[in-house]
Design a protein around this ligand. Structure first.
Ligand code: TYD
Ligand code: MG
Length: 452
């Protein structure tokens, strides 16, 4: 069979060249040409014209909630927004060795009981997958395996066996003979994913891609796929701890920013029912430089300990380091603390850390960072069983955050007795057993804790 014609298209301006070149002939950008299958303009027009889309009135469209296919793994279903959706394409990205294959094999085993499930393994042999299944006590799981890396063979297998769920582990190993580029290159990954996505939509099959996050180089990372798929999930977690977080970055069928929490055990990944307890470090007495914040992760509040260490500079420039928090935000908070709280940090190194390897992006953590820093400088712990949240503004004001009540309730559930919160977040009715301290300004917050 003759190979279809390919062209090299610029990722920036769309100009094409018959051969690869370093510089785009159209816009002059460097290194932007990517090999693609040439589609004659007439064929492109046909598909557009053939679809015969009509203009419809929004009100006349009968929308249906997509039926969910629950994987039976509660935390996984949560990040998916309730489960998989027929015809939906999911990308599960993450560093090598973090647990992607483990989670998907567990999900396939659970799904396989009721639905035909195909696990395509391009990285490991079927024996290696069987060995993993043994460790997970899933040897008798009704999952069909296919060790294959050629796209055409995978598509043929899907057409022949008609599974309802297909896992492709990993998309970087799949290649199509129609492109001359090496397997794992941007062109290959994008083309193979696009073809499998088309198949998923046509047949109503769920397709899950595994994608490795890799540094820029010959191997294309999952970033190039994010816009093709419906749902993007990322595995996060400190490789040295046994906890793993699966975060939804994009979800056409549910809320983004949802978080699933797992623990890696001898027998695979287990959902963690009470994640708040996980991110609180286990000290018995109060220590200086520690503040607990209630942050929102997707649909649920999560209590996380923020630690700060402020130490006199040992010669040279003062250092500022933020782990799990935004470093720019830290610089901003130090300036606010100085100007509006009267606390000087110029001669100090400042280190802050969100315990447990979580990454917190929302500004509700500001007040906790600020108070942890002050607590470290003054070497005075915050009151026992206290929790803080609130956004800090440049003018030194404490701004309200969303869903304050839920955060306070989560704190009460875990035995916290005092909460320091923005005034606008004061709940209409108190929360049993919790003293609520409301603050409007940074200096007020510092004072409130000194007097507490
Ligand atoms: P894996 O799912 O192969 O990672 P990925 O597909 O993301 O590359 O997981 C690999 C790690 O998980 C490996 O270091 C071993 C560990 N592991 C366990 O701790 N317990 C288990 O039951 C299994 C199957 C793996
Ligand atoms: Mg793997």
């Amino acid at each position: 069979m003759a190979r279809p014609k390919t062209v090299h298209t610029c990722a920036e301006c769309g100009a094409s060249a018959p051969k690869w070149q370093g510089q785009c002939p159209g816009c002059g950008a460097w290194n932007t040409l990517v090999e693609t299958v040439a589609v004659p303009a007439a064929a492109r027009f046909e598909t557009v014209a053939g679809a015969r889309s009509q203009v419809t009135l929004l009100a006349s469209v009968r929308a249906q909630e997509n039926a969910r296919i629950a994987t039976g793994i509660e935390e996984f279903d949560r990040v998916l927004g309730g489960g998989l959706v027929a015809g939906g394409v999911v990308l599960l990205g993450g560093d090598p060795g973090i647990g992607k294959s483990t989670l998907l094999l567990q999900a396939c085993a659970a799904l396989g009981a009721a639905r035909r499930t195909l696990y395509v393994t391009g990285e490991e042999s079927v024996e290696q997958v069987a060995l993993r299944a043994q460790r997970l006590s899933l040897v008798n799981a009704p999952v069909e395996l296919l060790a294959e890396v050629e796209l055409e063979a995978i598509v043929a297998a899907i057409n022949a066996t008609r599974p309802e769920i297909v896992v492709v582990d990993s998309i970087q190993t799949v290649f199509t003979g129609t492109l001359a580029s090496a397997p794992g290159s941007v062109a290959q990954v994008r083309e193979c994913a696009a073809q499998l996505t088309r198949l998923a939509k046509q047949r109503g099959v769920v397709v899950v891609f595994v994608g490795h996050v890799t540094k820029e180089g010959a191997i294309a990372g999952p970033r190039v796929l994010e816009h093709i798929v419906d749902t993007v999930l990322y595995f996060e977690g400190d490789p040295h701890s046994s906890f793993r977080l699966v975060r939804a970055i994009k979800n056409r069928f549910g809320a983004a920013n949802e978080l699933g929490v797992f623990g890696m055990t001898e027998r695979g990944l287990k959902g963690v029912g009470n994640p708040s307890a996980l991110f609180l470090s286990q000290h018995h007495a109060e220590i200086p430089g520690s503040a607990i914040v209630a942050t929102l992760e997707g649909s649920r509040p999560l209590l996380v300990e923020i630690q700060a260490l402020v130490d006199p500079v040992q010669g040279g420039m003062p250092r500022r380091l933020a782990v799990g928090l935004d470093p720019q935000r830290l610089a901003l908070l130090l300036a606010v603390l100085h100007r509006h709280g009267g606390v000087e940090t110029a001669g100090y190194d400042v280190f802050v850390n969100a315990v447990g390897g979580v990454r917190i992006q929302e500004p509700a953590v500001d007040l906790a960072v600020l108070l942890a820093i002050e607590s470290s400088i003054k070497n005075r712990p915050l009151p026992a069983k206290s929790l803080v949240f609130g956004e800090v503004g440049l003018a030194g004001e404490i701004r309200p955050v969303q869903r304050g009540q839920e955060r306070i309730r989560e704190a009460a559930k875990l035995g916290f007795r005092t909460v320091v919160i923005p005034t606008a977040n004061r709940p209409k009715h108190g929360v049993d057993g919790v003293t609520i301290v409301t603050v409007d300004r940074v200096d007020e917050a510092l004072r409130a804790l000194r007097d507490a």
